[in-house]
Design a protein around this ligand. Structure first.
Ligand code: ASP
Length: 612
């Protein structure tokens, strides 16, 4: 256990005048989580916040709190000075106090508290700072709502669950640093004031005062810099780094977030994956005590076909069964005209009531999911079937459906149909929802998975052009290079994602290190040579000076920490997070600038906006 002044722990701190002097000057000799029955008889000094006061008139008990724990103090009319008794009566919750006293045995011990065998009989008390009454209770279960807690985040941080989350994050971060450093990685910082790096989101920009009309962009990731570090011969780089993306905020996203960003030279995809599989295995073992075998791998195409999702949660089954063959060419028009008919077998749900089934149909029809309807088949325990399409299909048909979806008696087969891509996404949403309802997503079970062979490019309907699925520096599969001109949508990339429990926790790729190939890709992405030069000239130039083959990846640290802790929200693991609208409600940001500042930055705010 951490001790502030181990040399003072000796039975008698007044051994010498020198030690006595030190004892007098310091705020505390021990933390509030430290004292045990072995310490009974010691003279100690403690500092901290007042968690709770119980005033019986002749005796007052105070729970004194700091990061390390809680120690009970006792003020006793018969043993504590009258003046101190009086001061004690004036202290309130969250006051910051310092006490001196003797460790004594507690009469009614508290086995739930590490310091529960002792209490400190106070002989001296100093109020270091008063506190206003806190706007919510600083308890594990608080009465404060989300907004209020965010507004007073510094008070929220005093609560155990938030504090523990930050300590947990620290542990993960330290393990990452140690592991990577031991494996030869150098932690190197890269700048925050840069020019835009394309990662698919909008940039946050910073106006330059010294260069009127010019702007820096905050990095969406250090992507180009880490590649330049490889050209610079750094060989193995990592950084725990803030990234900034101006995206419309979906639930549980933050406009600034932290990556474990890495890059390696002279590596193949296999080398990168092995290194970071090693890191992940190390974290699972050290942080959660779970040993995981070699991580399974799945191609992007398989993931989409079997789970409708490029980050499938494989802790439970419910794999997709395609039913075109066995469900089309009957009288049921909806299926006959659909590009894809696809289903899942929901375990042990055949006993769903009519009401529950109707609710499920409504659920898939919500705009967030967007399915037209849901066909269900109850595969009853006695082997019979009951479905919403009994008119069109018989038991033989349903037996074939059950086979394709892997349904057993007692299961509920849920079927969607429509355009392939959309329908898969809808069924994926349903699969996750059912897993949630059936509590199949166990937070203490860890199922990592590599998804590989992503498409290089994605067709963007809106702009009628291709854009890079990962980023424009990702290397195409070498043997598919030829297709880049004729059939760019078919080309696969040397790109990989690490998925943990249905969340993408990391992703990366082998990079293009050849200028010609990079030019070709820019062309496929619709950049003219001039545009490419204007935006990425620095990188292309660097490739003229001996770029080594290289590749890397980045982990989302916030999400990784949350999953390792078995939690869903990343906010709890960030000391000062933004709310769902991207606002920091504690410091009230973003905020306007005053005229003089705007002028200095050569900025004019559009009239419509400033009048809002
Ligand atoms: N820069 C990429 C990202 O932020 C990761 C990588 O390719 O290494 O997703």
């Amino acid at each position: 256990m951490f001790s502030f002044n181990s040399f003072l722990i000796a039975e008698n701190p007044f051994k010498s005048l020198f030690l006595h002097k030190i004892f007098q000057l310091m705020y505390r000799s021990h933390s509030n989580g430290e004292l045990r029955s072995e310490d009974i008889g010691k003279q100690v000094k403690l500092s901290g916040w007042v968690q709770k006061i119980r005033d019986k008139g002749f005796m007052i008990w105070v729970d004194l709190r700091d990061r390390y724990g809680i120690t009970q103090l006792i003020f006793d009319e018969n043993r504590t000075d009258v003046g101190i008794m009086e001061t004690a009566k004036e202290i309130g919750r969250e006051f910051v106090i310092q006490i001196e006293g003797e460790v004594i045995e507690r009469e009614s011990k508290n086995p739930n508290l590490p310091t529960g065998d002792i209490e400190v009989l106070v002989t001296d008390l100093k109020v270091l700072n008063k506190s206003a009454v806190p706007p919510f209770t600083i308890e594990d279960k608080t009465d404060g709502g989300d907004e209020l807690r965010m507004k007073y985040r510094y008070l929220d941080l005093r609560r155990n669950p938030v504090k523990e989350s930050l300590i947990f994050r620290h542990k993960v971060t330290m393990e990452v640093r140690n592991y990577l450093s031991e494996n030869g990685f150098l932690e190197i910082e890269t700048p925050y004031l840069i020019k835009s790096t394309p990662e698919g989101a909008r940039d946050f920009v910073v106006p330059s005062r010294m260069h009127p009309g010019q702007f820096y962009a905050l990095p969406q990731s250090p992507q180009t810099f880490k590649q330049l570090l490889m050209v610079g011969g750094m060989d193995k780089y990592f950084q725990i780094v803030k990234c900034f993306r101006d995206e419309d905020l979906r639930a549980d996203r933050q406009p600034e977030f932290t990556q474990i960003d890495c890059e390696m030279a002279f590596v193949t995809q296999e080398d990168v994956m092995n290194t970071f599989e090693g890191l992940t295995r190390h974290l699972l073992k050290k942080i959660v005590g779970v040993e995981v075998e070699e991580f399974p791998r799945m191609t992007y195409d398989e993931a989409m076909r079997n789970y409708g999702n490029d980050k499938p949660d494989i802790r439970f089954g419910m794999e997709f069964g395609e039913l075109n063959e066995v469900a089309q060419h009957k009288e049921f028009k909806v299926f006959n005209s659909a590009e894809l008919v696809v289903g899942i077998a929901v375990p042990d749900a055949a006993n769903y009531s009519r009401k529950q089934l109707d609710a499920l149909v409504k659920w898939v029809q919500r705009p967030q999911v967007g399915a037209k309807g849901l066909v269900y088949v109850k595969y009853n325990e006695d082997g019979s079937f009951k479905s919403s399409v009994d008119k069109f299909y018989d038991a033989e048909d349903f037996t074939a459906w059950a086979e394709k979806t892997g349904a057993k008696p007692g299961d509920l087969i849920c079927v969607l149909s429509g355009p392939a891509e959309k329908t898969r996404a809808q069924l994926s949403a349903l699969r996750m929802e059912m897993a949630e309802r059936l509590e199949l997503r166990k937070p203490d079970e860890f199922a990592p998975l590599w998804v590989v062979d992503f498409p290089l490019l994605e067709w963007d309907e809106e702009n009628e052009s291709y854009h890079a699925m990962h980023h424009p520096f990702t290397s195409p599969k070498e043997d598919e290079l030829d297709m880049l001109d004729k059939n760019p949508g078919e080309v696969k990339a040397n790109a990989y994602d690490l998925v943990l429990n249905g969340n993408e926790i990391g992703g990366g790729s082998i990079r293009i290190h050849d200028r010609e190939i990079q030019n070709k890709l820019f062309a496929a992405l619709g950049f003219t040579p001039e545009e490419a030069k204007a935006q990425f000239g620095f990188l292309l130039n660097a490739f003229d000076y001996g770029a080594p083959p290289h590749g890397g990846l980045a982990f989302g640290l916030d999400r990784l920490v949350a999953i390792l802790a078995g939690k869903e929200t990343i906010r709890d693991f960030i000391a000062f997070p933004k709310n769902n609208a991207g606002r920091d409600i504690m410091i009230d940001a973003p905020a306007g600038l005053d005229q003089s500042q705007l002028k200095e930055l050569h900025l004019n705010v559009m009239k419509e906006v400033s009048e809002e």
